[in-house]
Design a protein around this ligand. Structure first.
Ligand code: SF4
Ligand code: SF4
Length: 367
């Protein structure tokens, strides 16, 4: 909803083509992890616990481009690890843009300001900045003080330079609903082009297992926090159907092939979140060799029963919207009903929750 118009049109055309071809399983967003190394060690992260020899691995630009072309998804989400720690990340992005891909560049923003000159503003490039709440909450989530201030400063800088910028927020257990309502107000006033949210996935490798929400708690939390998001005018970069799903108003099973993951090992089976079935050499092999009946909420797989993440269920919501003309009209009407953001009534334009009161801390990680 919040993404550039050219991107929305491209995705619309792609989805229509898949439907007309009668394709049941197709990719929507290719997740790309060109490295696992990161300059943070967040308590809820399940991506950085590899031995040093694996953390040193980097996908080559050619591997990234070949994977994107073979997969065919119109959107590529570059994550990791921290993409800015990859020495060839600008070349990778440039090559994906040249191949017509729209890119979410997921970053914790620590290295963004010093590296931003390597990238060009484009309607095909969106920075997706990791922000898991207001200052104290975010710094606790990433286990380091000062990161919130650095991220907010980087968002301002990227906006000034003409880049598209969104926030990317993971919701963990015990988070205060009112605080996150203030957070969404603050992000809107900061002028971001959209906000992404998802409950966290209970990675077995994550050091802080108490952080993860159970399914019913997820629904309660989102129902309370998002109860009036349409009238508030919060600009979420999600299908409203997916937000309904998070609030417990719609029920889907997972579509793990919709957001497939390519990383330094290959194509992860079955999904972005777990590697239970190993790796495939190509997206086609992933489709053909995965026993999909073993995954998703309905399968009863204990690793899936509490999962409501965007990478498993946003493609399911998109599928519903494109399942019939009536459903598509329902989606369009829903999007049209979302109010325009008008700021917080009677409150200052610069949000009090997002001050830059001190210089942003610089980290010693080089790239
Ligand atoms: S910034 Fe992202 S990749 Fe890095 S440790 Fe945190 S969650 Fe993991
Ligand atoms: S429900 Fe889907 S996205 Fe979630 S862990 Fe299972 S297969 Fe992966």
């Amino acid at each position: 909803m919040a993404s550039p118009l050219s991107m929305q049109l491209s995705v619309f055309k792609y989805l229509l083509t898949q439907k007309l071809k009668g394709n049941e399983r197709y990719p929507l967003v290719m997740m790309l992890e060109p490295l696992f190394a990161c300059n943070l060690e967040c308590g809820g992260c399940g991506k950085i616990q590899y031995p040093t020899d694996i953390l040193k691995k980097r996908m080559t630009p050619q591997e990234c481009w070949d994977a994107a072309e073979e997969c065919g998804a119109p959107l590529v989400s570059i994550a990791g690890g921290e993409p800015f720690a990859h020495p060839q990340i600008a070349e990778i992005v440039e090559g994906l843009v040249a191949r017509g891909k729209y890119i979410y560049f997921c970053t914790n923003a620590i290295l963004l300001e010093r590296n931003i000159h390597k990238l060009k503003p484009s309607s095909q490039l969106i920075f997706s900045i990791h922000l898991d709440g207001l200052e104290k909450t975010h710094d606790n989530a990433v286990c380091r003080d000062g990161v919130f201030q650095t991220a907010v400063s980087a968002i301002r800088k990227a906006k000034e330079l003409g880049f598209n910028v969104m926030t990317n927020t993971t919701i963990f257990n015990g988070k205060n609903s009112d605080e996150f309502r203030r957070f969404f107000d603050g992000a809107m006033e900061l002028g971001v082009d959209g906000m992404m949210i998802s409950p966290g996935y209970a990675y077995e490798k994550a050091p802080q297992q108490q952080l993860f929400l159970q399914r019913e708690d997820t629904k309660k939390w989102f129902a309370a926090t998002l109860k009036d998001w349409r009238t508030k005018g919060w600009d979420f970069n999600h299908s409203p159907f997916y937000l309904d799903f998070l609030e417990g108003k719609r029920n889907y099973d997972c579509t793990p092939w919709g957001n497939p993951l390519r990383n330094v090992f290959g194509w992860q089976k079955p999904c972005y979140l777990m590697d239970d079935a190993g790796y495939a050499k190509s997206y086609q092999e992933l489709l053909d060799s995965t026993d999909w009946a073993n995954y998703g909420q309905k399968s009863g797989n204990p690793k899936c029963v509490n999962c409501m993440t965007h990478c498993g269920y946003e493609p399911s919501a998109v599928n519903e919207a494109f399942s019939s003309f009536g459903k598509f009209v329902e989606l369009v009407k829903d999007i049209a009903s979302v109010s325009k953001w008008r700021g917080r009534q009677g409150e200052p334009i610069i949000p009090v929750e997002f001050p830059i009161s001190k210089p942003a801390k610089r980290e010693p990680v080089a790239s």
